[in-house]
Write a protein that binds this ligand. Sequence first.
Ligand code: NAD
Ligand code: 6OD
Length: 486
Amino acid sequence: MRTIQNFINGSFKDAADGVTFDKVSPVTGEVIATVARSTKQDVDDAVAAAKAAVAGEWGKMPVAKRLEMLHAVADEITNRFQEFVEAEMADTGQPRSVMEHAFIPRGAANFKIFADVVKNVPTESFVMDTPDGKGAINYSIRKPKGVIGVISPWNAPFLLMTWKVGPALACGNAVVVKPSEETPATAALLGEVMNKVGIPAGVYNVVHGHGPDAAGEFLTTNKDVDAITFTGETRTGEAIMKATADGCRDVSFEMGGKNAGIIFADCDFDKAIQGIYRSAFLNTGQVCLGTERLYVQRPIFEKFVEALKNKAEAAKFGAPTEAGSNFGPLISKEHQSKVLSYYKKAVDEGATVVTGGGVPEFGSELDNGSWVQPTIWTDLPESASVIQEEIFGPCCHIRPFDTEEEVIELANATDYGLSTTIWTTNLGTAHRMADAIDVGITWVNEWFLRDLRTPFGGSKQSGIGREGGVHSLEFYTELRNVCIKL
Ligand code: NAD
Ligand code: 6OD
């Protein structure tokens, strides 16, 4: 059994009152770790350490040295790659291949890419005329905001946490990270990496615990936190926004989605099935960019439903340590109950269940885990709960459509606006659709292909602001103007 402590001012520490909570395996339901449950004092200590780091060695360090250190962090993650893979597999129960090919390498990349962005991005300069004819020059400089609170979710814990820690540190801030209570392991492991490469104490801090009236809220209500970057549910974002209104502190929010996958009859059919299988079922459907609503053009509707059903039924459930398994459990029993309640609602509201709808049986300790079957529905009206609300499970509803105009209206009829994936071989269709769908990210003939220099974020209730490339600098720095009279 592992013990996971807070990481404050460069040291691993129990909670001030010694209280812990259990981390349960989603695969078997057994307790796999005890985790420090942070008190307000722990969070305040972490924030004070971060503030001191910005005022001290870290804040005074030459930028080139700071960026070199972040490259060293990335290299050390790579050196300890398998430890990160194992820790994340144990916390999430997701397949080894997903960890090895996507989630952990992205953790390392998040440090390198943003170090390189900061190194290469120019600032603006304007020469202006003045009445005395001598003129003036304006130039801008970027300064770190100070202490950044990073609040992250459980669905891709290391990728999503480092996606914020990387740019925050590259810009010269210090961070206090509050990882999800469901996935504390890799944030803690990163503390060891920070110490190994010599990142000064207080630059990277981790406080474990829950959200409301716990570590999360203690962090958002601490006025020495200059800005909060958050990934998670829209409802939680609303609570955080209220907390940060006190002191008018800045926020960057990446929140829920109810994304549409749109498949035209002229698509490359096999590629569309591969891509949509991933967008609906990767990570057991626990991806904010995932597609729980599919719209398929009528001439290929029946064929598409049948092919996706066959692929879903071929999923191989299993522990991530089991060779050949490619489909993991949901994160927790609580989330399993939520997803199963939607499986029931879909039936109650009149769905045809094409496949799934229940819980797989193993006849082993896995029956105590939080498993559900990949599930496909048809025949529901657009007002149905499973078409309107984010479920965050391995499920999708498929509806036929006839025209571009019709599918644009269907896709946009949601309070969310995170992403869409469009499958067509007609370039004109692709451009028109990308222009018309109200989301932050559109993929054409792909899904979740990421270039970290591009803007990432959502419109409507899916987010506030954009991160990625130079856009991250807008949030993690204050841009100052200097006007020099000549
Ligand atoms: P969540 O909102 O329940 O929790 C996210 C984090 O917020 C956790 O660390 C939690 O402890 C903390 N938290 C909860 N209440 C808080 C409060 N009152 N004050 C401060 N912190 C609080 O989300 P989740 O269940 O962990 O993750 C799933 C959700 O995240 C889904 O809605 C998904 O769409 C969204 N998500 C969005 C993106 C994106 O980029 N847009 C990416 C991944 C996940
Ligand atoms: O790729 C990313 O940078 C990112 N933020 C992905 C989000 C995945 C959501 O589950």
